[in-house]
Design a protein around this ligand. Structure first.
Ligand SMILES: C[S@@+](CC[C@H](N)C(=O)[O-])C[C@H]1O[C@@H](n2cnc3c(N)ncnc32)[C@H](O)[C@@H]1O
Length: 392
């Protein structure tokens, strides 16, 4: 049986060196493990990811060496050891000996360095003080947010609010169960069971749907529908809506089918279709476009997003724009388009939509909702009305 620290190390390697998402890497690594082992691996890998830049601060100050001089592989082990000692409060020499054992068995020629660095760390870490100023670089270390994200938040909401948001984004996520019959949600703990009318949904989406005042619609196309969250939410608002729910990922479509069965929902037709290559030959009262995005509104649940969103931002806005252009084919005249993201970045939200509206004069913004998050996830939704050439 693989040691739980070694498994954690492998998860971090997959995320930071091989580009896997933390959620997927953690799920794969903990298959077949006991709940106790999985809990440890989760605490370690999610904790190190949440606090990566702060852990590096501790290292640099206590060991008096720059992180850039440490090999990729040793970095993960060193961060794990620091996280365990400082934040999990485990016995320091026990941690040191387990981590050095992993280095001996798995990192050729690096065990001596890891051993030396951690001994230095143990000698000095209690004297390390946290960054104490409010400049962007200090905030970046203290809250472990890359400086570009700190700058973005400050430019949008000011320093005080940015700090509150970063503190919130670094918390462990809350889960909520939404009841499609009553339209209410409740806090959900992961050891509970969902009732036959409930599914997990962050209330930010409920707020978006409430705020946008969806008109009575009868036919709906949900273009990026799986695993079904927004289609089910719409069903709770408009009970007799007939929904065509498509998604290009057939495995996610299978999950959506199971969810529909479990919730006993009628009039939702599902299929695996790539919207960009589709030819549905039909128009709808409402088209929902819950596009793939950086997921920066879900950093509590997906802390790795802090470090990888920028790369994704190079391609996502143009994909999102193409999806809007294509989805337009399926909106009837006088119909609606609901564009949504779980992103806090303007480049994926209003910037994409305003471009689309500027180039498609028959669309107007009907209503719009945005939240940076707190107490729920961050997210964006805009309802566009297609005028069909008329003034509406
Ligand atoms: C944000 S998720 C959708 C979540 C879903 N609406 C819900 O509420 O449960 C984005 C989805 O877009 C799907 N997707 C990405 N590109 C697509 C495309 N070209 N055509 C259809 N679906 C696509 C992904 O498979 C993913 O399921």
């Amino acid at each position: 049986m693989e040691n739980r620290r070694l498994t954690s190390y492998r998860v971090l390697e997959e995320v930071f060196d091989k580009g896997a998402s933390l959620k997927d890497a953690y799920k794969r690594a903990t298959q077949g493990k006991t709940a106790r082992e999985s809990d440890f691996i989760k605490e370690m890998t999610y904790g190190v990811t949440r606090k990566k830049l702060l852990l590096d601060w501790y290292f640099v100050k206590a060991v008096n060496k720059e992180m850039t001089n440490v090999s990729k592989k040793s970095k993960h082990l060193i961060r794990m050891a620091i996280y365990e000692i400082v934040f999990m409060k485990h016995k320091d020499y026990a941690v040191l000996s387990s981590i050095v054992d992993i280095a001996k068995e798995n990192l050729r020629n690096q065990d001596k360095f890891v051993n030396w660095a951690l001994r230095e760390f143990l000698r000095n870490y209690e004297k390390v003080s946290l960054p104490d100023s409010n400049d962007k670089q200090s905030l970046s270390h203290l809250y472990s947010f890359p400086q570009h994200l700190v700058e973005y938040l400050i430019s949008e909401v000011g320093t005080e609010r940015a700090v509150q948001l970063m503190q919130f984004y670094n918390e462990k996520p809350d889960y909520y169960a939404f009841n499609i019959e009553t339209g209410e949600y409740r806090e959900f703990s992961t050891d509970e069971r969902l009732s036959s009318k409930e599914y997990l949904l962050d209330p930010v989406y409920l707020n978006i749907f409430r705020f946008l005042q969806l008109e009575k619609v009868s036919t709906v196309l949900d273009c990026c529908a799986a695993p079904g969250g927004k289609s089910f939410l719409l069903k709770s608002f408009v009970k007799d809506a007939k929904i065509t729910a498509i998604d290009k990922d057939s495995r996610r479509v299978d999950t959506m089918k199971k969810n529909i069965e479990r919730l006993d929902l009628k009039d939702i037709k599902t299929s695996a279709v790539d919207i960009l290559a589709s030819d549905l030959n039909k128009v709808f009262d409402l088209v929902i476009l819950d596009v793939p995005c950086t997921a920066t509104g879900t950093i509590r649940k997906n802390p790795d997003v802090k470090y990888n969103y920028r790369k994704k931002l190079e391609t996502l806005p143009s994909l999102q724009y193409s999806m809007l252009e294509k989805a337009d084919e399926y909106v009837k005249e006088d119909g609606f388009m609901l564009y949504m993201t779980c992103s806090i970045l303007n480049q994926e939200n209003y910037a994409v939509v305003s471009d689309f509206v500027a180039k498609n004069g028959d669309y107007k913004v009907y209503s719009q909702f945005f939240s940076f998050g707190m107490p729920f996830n961050g997210g964006y939704g805009v309802l566009l009305r297609k005028s069909g050439g008329k003034d509406v």
